[in-house]
Write a protein that binds this ligand. Structure first.
Ligand code: SAH
Length: 350
């Protein structure tokens, strides 16, 4: 039993079963035992590898897309260059290197990072020490200015709730105790559930996931872009509409039972983009493979390949494939871009 499992069992014994969202929030962000607050999840030593950690090309192309969007919108100055959940700071570092030669872009940018983990803030501060970024706790605290934002694998870490459509109505999936072990169970029937298309169209026996935290975050960003201008790119794995139980745990690069090792495994869920896209005035959605290809990843990969030989060249080619190929991250990962009504379309979409 992990230390966090003991704490959760105590809490459940005292106050009853908890929701999947409460469980996820504790597992990821508990101040003393949370996964992001205590562990180094990224890279070969960690549990998973994200796109910016696979290749510098990812951040370079996103950086150039943000800069192009900024130019298309008349180079507003000052503006906020924001990232949500920056991990090790690799993506922002690649964005800033790739945009160095765009006249005025760095001078006009105030770089702001939204990060909940104090430990990861320190890592980000070291990676980005040349740029003096600012940190805020929530998107509501971002400066009021035109907003150019990226969030990679951020929404999938926000806590989801799960609901089951039974013959007599909706019930929520809860986590309780059996013989001191954490187990899934169901709530009593619910008088109401969130009013999103996934709930409205769910067949009987369907499990529907709801990421209310993601809706709150995306709504705030969409409102700001609508009033002050800008673009936001949300990159994550998932699909258009909730498709059953996608809660998953990863521990030491291998799938784990989500209830087995709270605090010691990464927990994520697929992102459902339909209810998020609906929050913006104008959006575009496509696969990561298609967007990176329109942003010019093939040419960039060839350019970098010219200076490489041997195993470095092989791993560069493998990284290119991993980011774009349909059997790897190319089609499971999606890019949702949101902008304001009547604004130029976001770079990377046809
Ligand atoms: N974008 C990075 C890291 C993804 S992991 C990459 O692609 O490599 C998720 C990141 O979001 C971590 O930095 C984590 O600490 C942060 N995070 C998770 N929940 C958060 C929340 N509610 N508020 C702010 N940051 C959060």
């Amino acid at each position: 039993m992990t230390p966090l499992a003991r704490l959760l069992a105590e809490r459940i014994r005292e106050t009853g079963p908890i929701t999947v969202a409460e469980y996820m929030a504790e597992c990821l962000m508990h101040p003393a035992h949370g996964y992001y607050t205590t562990r180094e999840p990224f890279g070969t030593g960690g549990d998973f590898t994200t796109a910016p950690e696979i290749s510098q090309m990812f951040g370079e192309l996103i950086g150039l897309a943000l800069a192009q969007a900024w130019l298309d919108r008349g180079s507003p100055s000052p503006f906020t260059l924001a990232e949500l959940g920056p991990g090790r700071g690799t993506l922002m570092s690649d964005i800033l290197r790739a945009t160095r030669s765009i006249p005025g872009f760095h001078a006009a940018a105030s770089i702001t990072l939204v990060e909940a983990s104090p430990r990861l803030r320190e890592v980000q501060a070291a990676t980005l020490s040349a740029f003096a970024p600012a940190w805020v706790d929530r998107v509501e605290d971002l400066p009021r200015a035109p907003l150019f934002l990226v969030a990679n694998e951020f929404l999938d870490a926000l806590p989801i709730r799960q609901f089951l459509r039974g013959p007599q109505g909706w019930q929520e999936r809860l986590i309780g105790l059996r013989d001191d072990t954490l187990v899934f169970g169901l709530s009593a029937r619910l008088p109401q559930v969130p009013d999103t298309p996934a709930f409205r169209h769910a067949p009987e026996a369907a499990l529907v996931e709801d990421n209310q935290s993601a809706r709150v975050v995306v709504a705030e960003v969409a409102n700001r872009i609508n009033s002050a201008g800008g673009v936001a790119y949300w990159i994550d794995y998932g699909g258009w509409r909730s498709e059953g139980d996608t809660l998953q745990a990863l521990r030491n690069h291998a799938p784990d039972d989500p209830l087995a090792n709270p605090g010691e495994a990464d927990l994520t869920a697929h992102v459902d983009f339909e209810p998020l896209a609906a929050l913006s005035q104008a959006f575009a959605l496509d696969t990561q493979g298609a967007v990176l290809s329109r942003l010019g990843i093939d040419a960039r990969a060839e350019r970098l390949a010219r200076n490489l030989t041997g195993t470095a060249l092989e791993s560069h080619r493998a990284a290119h494939r991993r980011l774009t190929h349909a059997e790897e991250m190319g089609s499971l990962f999606k890019v949702l871009a949101i902008t304001s009504a009547g604004a130029p379309p976001p770079p990377g979409f046809s």
